[in-house]
Design a protein around this ligand. Structure first.
Ligand SMILES: Nc1ncnc2c1ncn2[C@@H]1O[C@H](COP(=O)(O)OP(=O)(O)OP(=O)(O)O)[C@@H](O)[C@H]1O
Ligand SMILES: [Mg+2]
Length: 240
């Protein structure tokens, strides 16, 4: 589904990613761990194609197509979707209008909005004045309507209370895992610090990013418990 080869990325004149390599097969969910400032969000925003992230070396293949220089809208058309760590506020655009843009199949999403405790926010401007947890629910609503083949979640738990975490976890599971009449799992890359989202998914592989490079890969649940017990330094000692 996704192959990243020797990816070097500069942002704002700073070299942030330094030779990132990994591959996510179809139907697999991989987890990205790493300290604050290690380059996780930079990787996701490079994958979705934001122009501020300058690829100075390497390439990104999605569904076998080289998308390294492809604009964001074409990547989304190809089946990429992302929930941002800090979604942008957009004045003049109602959340309902954004949901309609994502809703390519024209599904009735009244029930989904209710499940996400989100009905009251649809007629507000997108993310304008939204609390942390409200923004995350807004992002999940958009992804549920978009149904991308490859789903990136950047800290889906941040700012989310325990009850809403349960909602978000269930929705993430519906997006990624086999569900009702969908026998195929989707593919995903998820960044988490707290690990709460891991309770709702069958994650296949975990990575640890340190200073712009992936230094370790393995069972994501084991990696998470190692980080909890011994910190990231222990992961730096691991050789892939
Ligand atoms: N536009 C920019 N200009 C300058 N530096 C930037 C820019 N964007 C990101 N950086 C720097 O790149 C580094 C990696 O940032 P990034 O947001 O990818 O980290 P992260 O791993 O997602 O961290 P966190 O866990 O805190 O979200 C940081 O040192 C950050 O300050
Ligand atoms: Mg980040």
């Amino acid at each position: 589904m996704l192959t990243v080869e020797d990816l070097w990325v500069d942002v704002g004149g700073k070299q942030v990613l330094k030779g990132v390599n990994f591959e996510i097969p179809d139907g697999r969910t991989h987890i990205l761990f790493g300290k604050n400032g290690s380059g996780k969000t930079t990787l996701l925003l490079t994958l979705i194609g934001f122009s501020a992230y300058e690829v100075v070396q390497g390439r990104i293949l999605f569904k076998g197509i080289d998308i390294t220089r492809m604009p964001v809208n074409e990547r989304v058309q190809l089946g990429m979707g992302v929930s941002f760590q800090r979604p942008p506020a957009v004045r003049g655009l109602l959340t309902r209008q954004m949901a309609d843009i994502c809703n390519r199949s024209g599904a009735d999403y009244k029930e989904l909005a209710e499940r996400l405790n989100f009905t009251d926010f649809l007629d507000r401007e997108l993310n304008v004045g939204f609390s942390g947890g409200e923004m995350k629910r807004s992002e999940m609503l958009q992804l549920m309507l978009q149904k991308p083949d490859f789903i990136m979640l950047d800290e889906p738990e941040s700012g989310v209370d325990i009850e809403n975490m349960h909602l978000i976890g269930k929705v993430a599971s519906e997006l990624l895992e086999r569900h009702l009449n969908r026998t195929r799992k989707r593919s995903g890359l998820i960044i988490t610090h707290t690990g709460y989202i891991l309770d709702y998914l069958n994650a296949d592989l975990g990575y640890v990013m340190i200073d712009g490079a992936i230094v370790c890969s393995g069972n994501p649940y084991q990696i998470f418990s190692t980080i909890n017990e011994k910190g990231f330094e222990e992961c730096a000692n691991c050789t892939i």
